[in-house]
Design a protein around this ligand. Structure first.
Ligand SMILES: [Zn+2]
Length: 418
């Protein structure tokens, strides 16, 4: 007991000023003993999480005040030796981490903006998929910058590659697509500020094919990760459904399915990281469309939409812009970026889904995505040089770096054309 109390005290060490949160997920190579420990820990974490969900639901149905995750954790610790002796097989922070996760899930549920669902029971899966908190707190993680990390309860764990540089403060072990992964959170030292900053203004038009086109005309291809694996995945999933659960053939199919999922994830992740890295390094001010990602999932091509991971692109741009001193400007989602000719500002209301079109006014040949990106990029220009309103008047007030409000408000007025 005194050891964990001491650890809790030191855990208050917080993020140094100006440092930014970062994270990474790397494969780990576990020994037989470590693997056994992790499997037990995943089971215990799931049990504790479900215990908390059950307690919460019971209180709500009986109109009692539900306890906080900390109360549940305390109560659990008081009775675990007699009631749940199996929980003592792993470090106590495994159970505590599960209760913390439950607390986070509750907080997300009560936050309207996140649109999260109520915490639900976690299911035990045949493949052993799951996660647990291996360490939370700077003092619990021993890492020397090489390919080994010291984790409480596990000892020295071998990593497939080195971890990001920074102060590590949380580690989680997860079983995902048939592989053991270490997911790490850290605080990252700020990157040196470019001085003077010669980077330009620019914009990116995101879509399905290609994934993105920036205002320089650079095209980021979409690997179409899911489509590339869909047939193989479907074949093995069907094969698995015909086999007896847990049999050798069933596991063979499971390994193939896991491999497909890993490939999909890898392809998609690589393409998106490359694109967001290039954009945030290239531009000082970056304009993106504030797309209604959830709404687009209701559209005609939800599978292709999901495959191009629009929400993830935006999430990465948001944090990478913070890393690299780039101001991210979100244009209003109804701003007709595709319909304006980027040469003469003529609004072409007749435009449908054509990839190439010729401006009826100035005769310029426009490529749909590049044209849209250039128009978006002009939103950062001072008045008189940016997009015009229908009556020919210049937009009032240029957006300043880092400001999103004015552009969103002003571009809303640009939706006058059908
Ligand atoms: Zn034109």
């Amino acid at each position: 007991m005194p050891r964990s109390r001491k650890a809790r005290k030191k855990r208050t060490s917080s993020c140094p000023k100006g440092w930014l949160p970062a994270g990474a997920s790397v494969p780990v190579r576990l020994t037989k003993r470590q693997e056994g420990y992790c499997r037990r820990a995943i089971g215990i974490a799931r049990f504790c999480y479900n215990l908390a969900v059950a307690t919460h639901r019971f209180c709500r149905t009986n109109r009692l005040r539900p306890p906080s995750w900390m109360d549940i954790s305390k109560e659990f610790n008081a009775v675990k030796r007699t009631e749940y002796p199996f929980a003592t097989e792993v470090a106590s922070r495994v159970a505590e981490g599960a209760f913390m996760d439950f607390g986070k899930a509750l907080a997300n549920w009560s936050n309207r903006d996140l649109k999260a669902r109520a915490p639900a029971f976690k299911r035990k899966k045949a493949t052993g998929t799951g996660t647990f908190r291996a360490a939370s707190g700077v003092d619990q993680l021993g890492y020397n910058g090489k390919r080994r990390i010291q984790l409480p309860g596990l000892g020295s764990v071998k990593l497939a590659c080195t971890l990001p540089q920074g102060i590590l403060y949380e580690a989680r072990i997860k079983r995902e697509n048939g592989r053991w992964m270490l997911s790490i959170l850290c605080w990252k030292e700020p990157e040196p500020k470019p001085k003077p900053d010669h980077r330009r203004r620019g914009a990116v038009d995101t879509g399905i094919n290609p994934l993105g086109t920036d205002s320089d005309g650079e095209v980021f291809p979409n690997p179409k990760a899911y489509y590339s694996q869909e047939r193989k995945l479907r074949r093995w999933q069907r094969a698995q459904s015909r086999r007896r659960k847990g049999s050798r053939g069933w596991w063979e199919a499971q390994r193939k399915i896991d491999k497909c999922h890993r490939r999909i994830k890898g392809l998609r992740r690589n393409a998106i990281h490359q694109m967001t890295n290039t954009l945030t390094r290239k531009f000082k001010h970056l304009v993106i469309e504030d797309l209604n990602v959830a709404g687009m999932m209701q559209g005609p091509t939800p599978k292709a939409q999901a495959d191009s991971a629009m929400g993830e692109i935006r999430r990465q741009l948001e944090y990478k812009c913070r890393w690299r001193y780039t101001s991210l400007i979100k244009a209003h989602r109804l701003f007709p970026s595709s319909k304006i000719c980027h040469v003469c500002q003529h609004p072409n209301a007749k435009l449908k889904r054509e990839r190439w079109w010729t401006c009826p006014k100035c005769g310029a040949g426009n490529e749909r995505n590049h044209n849209a990106a250039v128009n978006l990029g002009r939103l950062t220009l001072p008045p008189g040089r940016g997009p015009m309103l229908r009556d020919g008047k210049a937009l009032a007030g240029a957006p300043r770096a880092g400001e999103t409000g004015p552009v969103e408000r002003r571009t809303a007025q640009l939706t006058l054309w059908g």
